[in-house]
Design a protein around this ligand. Structure first.
Ligand code: HAM
Length: 411
């Protein structure tokens, strides 16, 4: 038996898992403050949801989906992203009118694994549904920025673009196709293959993009409505103090985008995978799935990449406030009751699962990085315990009732 996890997946242990937990709590609080309520859906969907929603010509659908047949002969796919699923759920709910939804969870893509590019990875996202207003785009972009800000993320740039809509994009795509055909000798095999079906994808190719810096820009082809939508977003972002960089060649790897496209780039992160989040508007997605026209805009943040780029291990958080050390076996039962009281009083407390020598219990306390210890000994009979600050080794004798307060102050 091989004990390593499947290729491209990770076992996340403490202290790294602690950084994850803290990150997710920050995300949930933030999303709630901005008025997004949690939606929870299945981790697998009918393959159609992604094949149609994300787009047949995308790399995700062509190469990266975990698709399988269930025992009833249905073709199912582990979700490679959240947006198509959330829109499918919204259409199924029959709800009319705006809805602001937040979600988190693992996503699955059969990628070539490397740092920050995993086969199972974790996204947190929001979708603002049934509105075409530019204020919604600006709000979504702001949330991702504030999230990174609250995490104390070192250096981030918001790259912003508008790729137009069904009215104006065809002219841009045509101009791009002509340009790319003139540059054929510079393109990799994969880009040559997608050039006719999806020229936008070529701009997303890491190999070819550096040769295409003078390609036509989508913003130069925007129709009046798309241009004014884009201008409003920029105005609103300026108003709320979210900096951004216009990135005329930013295209996204999923086909459902219209108008707004953006990414959060970790500038100090020396890796090919430096987009820690991204999103955009997808006004045609609901119709692609066979529903009525429901505009929407959203984002997803990549938690694996965020933590990797921030270099966070969670080691800065003290895991335990107090370790309960039991001097002799006959005091164990009382110590267990005391431990339970402490935990209910909000103290992060623990003790060894079985009776060991006092020395071994202190070793366990150090391993768990407890900041304090309470020693349950003979003093218990007069309702007192010895507490020890494990950093300074200073001890004092205090009453049992005072221990919870002492432990919290000792954090
Ligand atoms: P995406 O750009 O494909 O967009 O993914 C969003 C973020 O998820 C990326 O910026 C990255 O941080 C992370 N991510 C993607 N693939 C991987 C991977 N293989 N390993 C690690 N992290 C990864 C979407 O998924 C859209 N659904 C976003 C959206 C929401 N658009 C509108 N609403």
């Amino acid at each position: 038996m091989n004990f390593t996890p499947p290729k491209g997946t990770d076992d996340i242990f403490p202290p790294t898992s602690r950084a994850w937990r803290r990150t997710l709590i920050i995300w949930e609080n933030l999303a709630e403050r901005y008025g997004y309520d949690l939606v929870m859906g299945p981790i697998f969907e009918s393959t159609d949801v992604f094949a149609r929603g994300v787009g047949e010509s995308t790399e995700v659908v062509q190469k990266q989906m975990y698709t399988f047949e269930d025992k009833g002969g249905r073709s199912l796919t582990l979700r490679p992203e959240g947006t198509a699923s959330v829109v499918r759920a919204f259409l199924g709910s029959g709800v009319q009118g705006e809805m602001k939804l937040a979600y988190s969870g693992p996503m699955f893509r059969y990628e070539r694994p490397q740092a920050g590019r995993r086969r199972q990875f974790y996204q947190t996202g929001v979708e603002y549904l049934a509105t075409a207003a530019p204020d919604a785009d600006a709000e979504v972009i702001e949330i991702g920025y504030r999230f990174l800000e609250e995490l104390g993320f070192p250096a981030v740039e918001v790259a912003l673009n508008s790729i137009g809509d069904a009215a104006c994009r065809p002219a841009y795509v045509e101009a791009l196709r002509i340009y790319l055909n003139e540059k054929r000798e510079l393109l990799c095999d994969e880009s040559l293959a997608t050039l006719e079906t999806n020229p936008l994808r070529v701009l997303d190719c890491k190999v070819c993009a550096p040769h295409l810096i003078d390609s036509p820009k989508a913003v130069d082809y925007l129709c009046g409505e798309c241009a004014s939508h884009f201008a409003s977003i920029r105005e609103r972002l300026d108003g709320v103090g979210v900096p951004y960089r216009l990135e005329p060649r930013l295209v996204r790897g999923l086909d459902y985008y219209t108008r707004t496209a953006f990414e959060y780039i970790a500038t100090g992160f020396d890796a090919a995978q430096n987009a820690v989040g991204g999103g955009g508007r997808y006004d045609g997605l609901a119709e692609t799935l066979g529903g009525p026209a429901v505009p929407g805009v959203g984002l997803a943040m990549g938690i694996d990449r965020i933590l990797l780029a921030a270099g966070q291990t969670g080691a800065d958080i003290a895991p335990l406030d107090l370790f309960v050390v039991v001097a002799s076996p006959e005091l164990r039962e009382r110590a267990a009751g005391f431990l339970s009281d402490l935990r209910r009083a909000g103290v992060r407390a623990d003790m060894t699962p079985d009776q060991r020598s006092v020395k071994a219990q202190f070793r366990a306390a150090n391993r768990r990085k407890a900041t304090g210890a309470a020693i349950i000994g003979d003093e218990w009979n007069s309702s007192r315990v010895v507490v020890r600050n494990l950093t300074t080794s200073i001890q004092e004798l205090i009453s049992v009732e005072e221990v919870a307060e002492w432990a919290k102050n000792n954090r």
